[in-house]
Design a protein around this ligand. Structure first.
Ligand code: KIV
Ligand code: NA
Length: 262
């Protein structure tokens, strides 16, 4: 298998859908290595692995630590660093933080949430040699300001706004768009309108690729399951089964047997 680069991903548009999954550590990144084109070190780890109610308290230091771990586990996929809340409020601050990402980790792109109001930041980063994915639609880092999570693009007015965002971010130099939580119709229209690949989550089947949070798709995160998450495994249940068998065997002294003893 070959190393996936920003160019590889761009060339897949119109050829075949791109697969992306999150990873937060070397162990799972190693399992995902070679199986998907892209790995996102998502700030969703703040919720799924740190049990915070939202992503807002994730820090640059935490994201860098997890990205370093993912870099040790995965060799082939394009690794994307999710810029945490508050790390890209001005072009200068965004550049300083993104430079840190390139200097301290193997990530080859950063992702920032925001529409055309963030285009100047995307421009600053891309002008300085940093590859950017712009994340529009439902933006989890805006959950407190928006008063919750809401599917975007249901009205024609909202659909047009999302389209303007997409075009402005492409113009600013984003190499791909992440479309979250919007109607399939809007996501399809945006995908047709831009030349860069679109990666969807909760955005239907018309995008150039899909991303899911690994602990959601494999059933490890059980607190809630949004409609767009498909469970490909019942991970937590599998672990509990194994754990119960272990417990029974320890209690009954069936484990360790001769085979597992010196
Ligand atoms: O943090 C994350 O995992 C994300 C995906 C949901 C796109 O941003
Ligand atoms: Na995120």
């Amino acid at each position: 298998d070959k190393k996936v680069t920003v160019r590889t991903v761009q060339k897949l548009k119109g050829v075949e859908p791109v697969t992306m999954i999150t990873a937060y550590d070397a162990l799972f990144a190693g399992i995902f290595d070679g199986e998907v084109e892209m790995i996102l070190v998502g700030d969703s780890l703040n919720m799924s692995f740190f049990a915070e109610p939202d992503t807002l308290s994730a820090t640059m230091d935490q994201m860098i630590y997890h990205t370093k771990a993912v870099c040790k586990g995965a060799r082939l996929p394009l690794i994307v660093f999710d810029m945490p809340f508050g790390s890209y409020t001005t072009p200068e601050q965004a550049l300083e933080n993104a430079v840190r990402v390139y200097q301290e980790t193997c990530a080859e792109a950063v992702k920032i949430e925001g529409g055309r109001e963030k285009a100047h930041i995307v421009k600053k980063l891309t002008e300085n040699g940093i590859a950017v994915i712009a994340h529009i639609g439902l933006k989890p880092q805006s959950v407190r300001a928006e008063g919750g999570y809401r599917v975007q693009g249901r009205s024609e007015e909202e659909a047009m706004e999302l389209m303007e965002d997409a075009l402005a971010l492409q113009e600013a130099g984003a190499f791909a768009l992440l479309l979250e939580g919007m109607t399939s119709d809007v996501a399809r229209r945006i995908t047709e309108a831009v030349e860069i690949p679109t990666i969807g989550i909760g955005a239907g089947n018309g995008t150039d690729g899909q991303v899911l949070v690994w602990s959601d798709m494999f059933g490890f995160f059980e607190a809630f399951k949004p409609k767009f998450v498909k469970r490909y495994l019942e991970g937590a249940e599998l672990i509990r089964q194994g754990l119960r068998q272990y417990r029974e065997e320890v209690k009954s002294r069936a484990f360790p047997d001769d085979e597992h003893s010196y």
